[in-house]
Design a protein around this ligand. Structure first.
Ligand SMILES: NC(=O)c1ccc[n+]([C@@H]2O[C@H](COP(=O)([O-])OP(=O)(O)OC[C@H]3O[C@@H](n4cnc5c(N)ncnc54)[C@H](OP(=O)(O)O)[C@@H]3O)[C@@H](O)[C@H]2O)c1
Length: 241
């Protein structure tokens, strides 16, 4: 049976790959984001099978408008919207700019996820799935961005608790370096890229499709007993026991 999937930040990179993966499986997919142009590209890449709705996931008014346009039932919510907002701003040189830096990263990564999940909570079907995209940065410090992704992972425990009574799972997929997205803007040097790849145990470049396959699995019937977890997807750049 076709499911309804909502993917935030589905106009580019990982979000687009996730959206296309579900669409290929025959699910009805809605992608959201702030910029119309990338959203249209995702729709075109899907052969017009995916629907796009403009929405800033950190804006309560826009989320309420989104709800009016979404179906009554949503099976899977993928909280993918986010990124390291430090790439868009100068290094902080005052308490004011430091405050803005931290607020921007928390807004982009934590608020988008918390507010979108709360907005859609009553639409989520029993035994549905909420999958949020974290980051390896949460394990390595990484300033405001890493702290925001760590907060997201902790919030996920509350989400798994609150939604668990309805059989809804809540998990975080935490990627390492994933190429072919807008994440690094144009600021990833060849040296840094080589270092990131060299940090893996398989010498492999992570692809958006790697994340998409993991997200697809977490939303599947075979993953109903996985909840409240962080799934690390990083070629062994950071290992767990
Ligand atoms: N690439 C990596 O190496 C990597 C590694 C670990 C984790 N991640 C995480 O993976 C996720 C996807 O990133 P990506 O690599 O695919 O980079 P990306 O291409 O920059 O994708 C981020 C997407 O999020 C959307 N977005 C940002 N803020 C939003 C908001 N307030 N409301 C709605 N949409 C918003 C952006 O669209 P608009 O600007 O049009 O809104 C964009 O489509 C992010 O959470 C990122 O932190 C990426």
């Amino acid at each position: 049976m076709s499911r309804t999937i909502v993917v935030t930040g589905g106009g580019t990179g990982i979000g687009r790959a996730v959206a296309l993966r579900f669409a290929e499986a025959g699910d009805a997919v809605v992608v959201t984001g702030r910029r119309p142009a990338p959203l249209k590209e995702t729709v075109a890449a899907s052969g017009d099978r995916i629907r796009a709705l403009e929405c800033d996931g950190a804006d309560p008014d826009q989320l309420r408008r989104l709800l009016e346009q979404l179906p009554e039932r949503v099976d899977v919510l993928v909280n993918n919207a986010g990124g390291n907002t430090d790439f868009d701003r100068a290094e902080p040189d005052s308490l004011e700019s430091l405050s803005q830096q931290w607020q921007a990263n928390f807004t982009a990564n934590v608020l988008t996820t918390v507010l979108t999940t709360q907005a859609l909570a009553d639409r989520l079907v029993d035994h549905g799935s909420v999958i949020s995209i974290g980051s390896i940065a949460a394990e390595f410090g990484a300033g405001a961005y890493g702290a925001a992704k760590a907060a997201l992972a902790t919030w996920n425990i509350s989400a798994a608790t609150d939604l668990g009574a309805r059989g809804i799972t809540a998990n975080v997929v935490a990627p390492g370096y994933i190429a072919d997205t807008e994440f690094f803007r144009d600021q990833l040097t060849p040296e840094r890229r080589a270092h990131l790849i060299g940090s893996t145990k398989n010498g492999r470049v992570g692809q958006p499709s790697d994340v998409a396959e993991t997200v697809f699995f977490l939303a599947s019937a075979g993953a109903r007993h996985i909840t409240g977890q962080i799934l690390h997807l990083n070629g062994g750049a950071r290992t767990t026991r």
